[in-house]
Design a protein around this ligand. Sequence first.
Ligand SMILES: Cc1cc2nc3c(=O)[nH]c(=O)nc-3n(C[C@H](O)[C@H](O)[C@H](O)COP(=O)(O)O)c2cc1C
Length: 399
Amino acid sequence: MPEKWIVLRNCGVIDPKRITTYLDRDGFKALKKALAEMPPEQIIEEIKVSGLRGRGGAGFPCGLKWELARKAQGDEKYVICNADEGEVGTFKDRYILERDPFTLIEAMAIAGYAIGAKRGYIYLRAEYHHLLDLLGKAISQAREKGFLDHFEIAIHEGAGSYICGEESALMESIEGKRGEVRYRPPFPPSRGLWGKPTIINNVETLMNIPQVILNGAHWFNQIGTERSKGTKVFSVSGDVKKPGVYELVLGSQLRELVMDLALAEKVKIIQVGGATGRIIPYDMIDTPLSFETILGAGAITVFDESRDIIDIVHRTIEFLAEECCGKCAPCREGTEVMAEILERFSCGEGVERDIGVLEELSNAMMLSSLCGLGQAAPNPVVDSLQYFRSAYESRIRKN
Ligand SMILES: Cc1cc2nc3c(=O)[nH]c(=O)nc-3n(C[C@H](O)[C@H](O)[C@H](O)COP(=O)(O)O)c2cc1C
């Protein structure tokens, strides 16, 4: 089996309410080692050599991001943990936070030391309100034990919006403004929160840090594929017998996850990476899961033979149109027009020309939208037209 627990190693093993159970599992050893033996530059080098890439969807190299923030000029710097987890079908960060808040706290404290930040924020999805108390108590326990003398962590509750998971909108939200994306450059490592150098990392990305520091970059570097090191935590849902959270070595096959672990049957369609992710047919189930092929934030939604592709794409685009922040026209107008056209197809009212419009619109949005939402929103449309074109053709009005 390709399962391996690096990120989830403490989940279900420690008591998330009691720091002593974490200390019994080598808890805060990595932080102690970092503070006592490793200059910040060495930590960053270790993360770079490990090959760890961001798990929030974009796959940006973690060590490089930290290095840019370390080198940036600024009297203050910030570490932000992105726990917004708004992607459709993603629930792995919640699973982690509920079971092991301490590793995240330790990782953020290491990050703070490495980039020279004294303050960090956990941007917590609004719907995860039930975790406020657990996280707050975990931070207090770490502080009482003296692990946070150099670094303070605050929790910022999200604004209940999908776009606030996008890093620039997230910072606007922490600053008390409407969650809209920013023009880039500048990027957060040079000008982030309140104009100061900032790193923003996904929960899962950070969860790897203590293990990389304790076991070394080369240990981590041996796991996975050439350009996808380590493991990935997946949230599997939909038409499967065993929905849930699974951690697999990167490069494992989609088949192993969906068929062998989640026990799907009669699979027709798999959506990988949530609303802005890719849609693939069953015959591509042997695709490896990696940054080189297909991954996203790890949402895997399985649809069996009873499901209708047009319906899936229509609902996905409606969601994106609803969640678009409205700042740039390609995304604001494009998602609305796509939703209208798909509505027509759902009712059997599509016309031949609509397919061409969907394709042109997809191109324009990918090229000209301001952020990842608009750039990736056409993915379900493009993929469904590629793999399930006959479903559209059969819904074209016949007169
Ligand atoms: C519309 C949109 C929503 C996003 N939502 C999240 C999210 O909920 N959690 C997350 O970690 N990253 C999310 N991202 C990606 C972040 O912008 C950013 O790339 C990520 O937090 C960086 O962390 P990483 O390098 O550790 O992956 C989103 C991006 C877009 C475009």
